[in-house]
Design a protein around this ligand. Structure first.
Ligand SMILES: NC(=O)c1ccc[n+]([C@@H]2O[C@H](COP(=O)([O-])OP(=O)(O)OC[C@H]3O[C@@H](n4cnc5c(N)ncnc54)[C@H](O)[C@@H]3O)[C@@H](O)[C@H]2O)c1
Length: 413
C-alpha cells in the first residue's frame, strides 16, 4: 500500500521505516530540509537502536514536498509535533497545517490518519478544516502512537495494541490491510475514545511513577526500603512491577506535556483531574530532589565542581526534552557550581565531557541522573580516587552494589 508520513521525527520516521519493513511503499515528508537530506544519505537524525539498519529499504523515499506526499499516499499519516503551548495546552498549529495541506492536495479518496498525540476533538477539527476547502471524499482516523523511545522499532513492529478510532467502514478496511501483520492487535473504537486512550494511558503511567516516588519520599521519613516496598507491591499481578522504580521523576517528550495538556483539556470540558494534577505536582518537586540532597552535603555550591552522569531523559535515547538533568543543571548553575557532564548519546551543550571518568575528575560530588547500563560497569574505585570528595547521589537507584569508596545516597532508602 502507498503510505505518506507527514512529519519525520521520532514517531514519523520510526513508523515510516517500520511500515516499509512490512512491505508497504512509504514516502516520509518533513519541512526540515536538512533532516531529509541526511535521511537520503542514510543518516538517521536521532539515536534510536535498530532504526539505521532498516533505513536502507528500497520502498522508502524522502521528500520535503507536501503536495508530492499527499498525492502519493492512499493513507496519509500526520505525525507532526504537538508541543506544549504557553497555556500548557497541546499546540495544534502543525496538525492544522497538515490538515490544510491535505485538503489542498488530496486528488482522490484518501484516509487521513492522525498519529500525533492530540486532545479529544482534534480529529473533528481536522475534518472541519478539510471539509471547508474540498468536496473530495476522505475519512479521518485517530491512531495514537504508543512507542517508547529506546525500543521504538520493536514497539512498532510488535505492538501491544493498535488503537484505531474511526466511524468509517471504508477506512477500517484500509487500515486492516495496512496493519495486516499485526491485525490481531487492533482495537477499533470511536474517534474520541481513541484520542482519550492515549492521554489516559500516559497520565496513568505518569501517576504510577509519581506514586512510587511519593512512597520513596515517605520511606526516607518513616524508615523502610523503597526497593523492597516496590518489589512487594509489584508482585501483585493487579499492580505489576513496571513503572514502580523510584527516582528523580519523569521527563521526555511525552509524559510532561501530555499530563499538562490532559489537565487543560479536562478544564475545557468542566472537569478537574485531581489525581493527574497531583501526579504533575509530585513530579515537579521530584525533579529537584537530587539537588536538595546535594545541598545537605555541600551547603555552599559556589565554585564547586559537580559531575553529572547521564543527561537524556532516559537511557537509550538522546532526547533531552523535559529531562530532570535540565532542572538540576539549572539549579546548580544558579548556585555558581561548575558542571562536568557525560552522556553516551545526548548532543546537548551540557554534554561537555568525553567520558564518565573525565566528568568525575576533581569533582566534589557525582550525581547519577540517567541509568545508562554502561554506568554499571564503571571502575568506581578509580573514579572515587579521581574526585575531590567521593560523594555519589544515585538519582535512579541504579547501582546494584553501592561502591564502598563513596558516601552513597539514593532515593527512598
Ligand atoms: N517521541 C515519542 O516517544 C512519542 C511517542 C508517542 C507519541 N508521540 C507523539 O507523536 C507526535 C510527534 O512526536 P515526535 O517526538 O516524533 O516529534 P518530533 O518533534 O521528533 O517530530 C516532528 C516532526 O514534524 C515536522 N513537521 C512539523 N510541521 C510539519 C509540517 N507542516 N509538514 C511536515 N513536517 C512537519 C518537524 O520538522 C519534525 O521533524 C507528538 O504528538 C508526540 O506527542 C511521541
Amino acid at each position: 500500500m502507498k503510505i505518506a508520513i507527514i512529519g519525520t521525527g521520532y514517531v514519523g520516521l520510526t513508523t515510516g521505516i517500520c511500515l516499509a519493513e512490512m512491505g508497504h511503499d512509504v514516502l516520509c515528508m518533513d519541512i526540515d530540509q536538512k533532516k531529509i537530506e541526511n535521511l537520503r544519505q542514510g543518516k538517521i537524525p536521532i539515536y534510536e537502536p535498530g532504526l539505521e539498519e532498516l533505513l536502507a529499504s528500497n520502498n522508502l523515499t524522502f521528500s520535503t514536498n507536501i503536495q508530492e506526499a499527499i498525492e502519493f499516499g492512499e493513507v496519509i499519516f500526520s505525525a507532526v509535533g504537538t508541543p506544549m503551548g504557553q497555556d500548557h495546552k497541546a499546540d495544534l498549529k502543525y496538525v492544522k497545517a497538515v490538515a490544510k495541506s491535505f485538503c489542498e492536495h488530496a486528488n482522490e479518496y484518501k484516509v487521513f490518519v492522525n498519529k500525533s498525540t492530540v486532545p479529544v476533538g482534534t480529529a473533528e477539527m481536522c475534518r472541519t478544516i478539510i471539509q471547508e476547502q474540498t468536496d473530495q471524499e476522505f475519512d479521518i482516523v485517530s491512531n495514537p502512537e504508543f512507542l517508547r523511545e529506546g525500543t521504538a522499532v520493536d514497539d512498532t513492529l510488535h505492538p501491544d495494541r493498535i488503537v484505531l478510532g474511526t466511524d468509517s467502514e471504508k477506512a477500517k478496511e484500509k487500515l486492516i490491510e495496512l496493519y495486516e501483520k499485526n491485525k490481531d492487535k487492533i482495537l477499533f473504537t470511536d474517534i474520541k475514545s481513541a484520542e482519550i486512550i492515549k492521554y489516559a494511558s500516559n497520565a496513568f503511567l505518569a501517576t504510577k511513577i509519581s506514586y512510587i516516588n511519593e512512597m520513596a519520599n515517605f520511606c526516607e521519613k518513616a524508615g523502610g526500603n523503597i526497593h523492597d516496598v516496590a518489589k512487594g507491591m509489584g508482585l501483585d499481578s493487579r499492580i505489576g512491577s513496571k513503572f514502580l522504580r523510584a527516582g528523580i521523576g519523569y521527563g521526555g517528550s511525552c509524559f510532561p506535556k501530555d499530563v499538562q495538556a490532559f489537565i487543560e483539556t479536562g478544564k475545557e470540558h468542566g472537569h478537574n483531574f485531581e489525581i493527574i494534577q497531583a501526579t504533575e505536582e509530585v513530579n515537579r518537586k521530584q525533579k529537584s530532589l537530587l539537588f536538595h540532597k546535594l545541598r545537605k552535603h555541600i551547603s555552599d555550591l559556589n565554585g564547586k565542581t559537580i559531575a553529572l552522569l547521564g543527561l537524556s531523559f532516559k537511557p537509550h535515547t538522546d532526547d533531552m526534552r523535559e529531562a530532570p538533568s535540565l532542572t538540576i543543571a539549572k539549579l546548580l548553575a544558579e548556585e555558581g557550581a561548575k558542571i562536568q557532564a557525560y552522556d553516551p548519546a545526548s548532543k546537548h551543550p551540557l554534554n561537555n565531557c568525553a567520558s564518565a571518568e573525565e566528568a568525575a575528575q576533581n569533582a566534589d560530588a557525582l550525581l547519577l541522573i540517567t541509568e545508562w547500563p554502561e554506568f554499571q560497569e564503571l571502575d568506581w574505585s578509580k573514579i572515587a580516587s579521581s574526585m575531590n570528595t567521593p560523594l555519589l547521589l544515585d538519582g535512579r537507584n541504579f547501582l546494584k552494589n553501592p561502591p564502598p569508596e563513596f558516601t552513597y545516597e539514593s532515593i527512598g532508602k
